[in-house]
Design a protein around this ligand. Structure first.
Ligand code: AMP
Length: 308
């Protein structure tokens, strides 16, 4: 059985239900990806690697992971901290705005739980995914330990997968981000950048320019996302352009990239070609943006994916 780890943060999500009620759920880039992967590829063991608290919302979060059939053996419970939270508003054009309470979240401490015995156990896996968000939220003084852990996993043969997923407000400076991304790209076997993420950081404006920028890093598999425009992949030396069928009924673009990542990686672990994996991933992302919130209802999602 293949397996994959999603390292980072899951948060409590709040959004308005009506004028005086809030809807509460759970979301976060790595969790979203894990959910969509598992819904499409039940045979792939899909683990969340994160830290939560010992409070009741943490218990609910853990129960949600389990209800989505995610493996929770690497979900660590911090003695004092609680999960981060955000409030999401979506305007009539589907554009989102967020208010966060996450600066003291349990997930910031996740690296402290990566003990030698945990790393030994993680070393037996197939893929380890982390994003620019995962990297941004961990404590500054735990970054060195994080990179040592990544090197250990890579040396053990675990494929390292990185999505830059750039969120300016989570970083102290562009220089700090670039320094961390440079290490991340150097250690990656697979990367799934979006053009938009790299525009602010490196003044890159096209899928081709992303591929060109990443050349010196010798990354085996590169998947460049560009909204509804196109996806370009580079597997070894083979460059392919994939057409995306644009969705006209866009309700909420939250987690389009996350759904894409999860389903793409699941498809690859299940032995599909890069091109088949992109088609499935694009179908998943196109389905998710027609539903409100990060996590689309399971029945709607699975029905849409049934023929993919
Ligand atoms: P993005 O993060 O905006 O690059 O989007 C991630 C993925 O979601 C893209 O690679 C597409 O597969 C899909 N996607 C985003 N926007 C649309 C859209 N309007 N129509 C169809 N697919 C989309």
């Amino acid at each position: 059985m293949k397996n994959i780890y999603f390292f980072g943060e899951c948060m409590v999500e709040l959004r308005a239900k009506n004028d005086d009620m809030l809807h509460q759920s759970f979301a976060g880039d790595i969790y979203n990806s894990a959910v969509y992967l598992k819904r499409c590829f039940n045979e792939v063991t899909t683990s969340v690697v994160t830290a939560i608290g010992k409070d009741s919302l943490s218990a609910q979060m853990l129960a949600r992971f389990e209800s989505e059939q995610l493996d929770t053996q690497y979900v660590f419970a911090h003695d004092e901290k609680v999960p981060g939270m955000y409030y999401i508003e979506t305007d009539e054009h589907g554009e989102r705005s967020f208010t966060y309470w996450r600066s003291d979240a349990a997930a910031k401490k996740v690296v402290s739980f990566l003990t030698p015995s945990v790393l030994d156990s993680l070393s037996k896996g197939d893929m380890f995914f982390f994003s620019g968000i995962s990297l941004a939220i961990i404590d500054n003084d735990s970054r060195e330990q994080f990179w040592q852990a990544i090197k250990q996993l890579k040396d053990a043969g675990v494929k390292i997968v990185f999505d830059p997923n750039y969120r300016a407000r989570l970083w102290q400076s562009v220089e700090q981000t670039k320094a961390q991304y440079d290490i991340a790209f150097s250690l990656s076997d697979v990367t799934l950048p979006g053009v938009e993420d790299l525009t602010t950081l490196y003044d890159i404006h096209s899928v081709e320019a992303v591929v060109e920028y990443l050349k010196p890093y010798n990354i085996q598999e590169i998947i460049v996302k560009n909204g509804p425009e196109s996806v370009i992949t580079k597997e070894g030396e083979e460059l392919q352009s994939h057409t995306i069928i644009p969705v006209t009924n866009v309700v909420d673009t939250t987690s389009a990239g996350d759904a894409f990542n999860g389903v793409y990686l699941g498809a690859r672990l299940a032995g599909r070609s890069v091109s088949d994996a992109v088609q499935m991933a694009a179908k998943a992302a196109g389905t998710v943006i027609q539903q409100p919130g990060a996590i689309a209802p399971k029945d709607v999602f699975c029905q849409a994916m049934a023929n993919a």
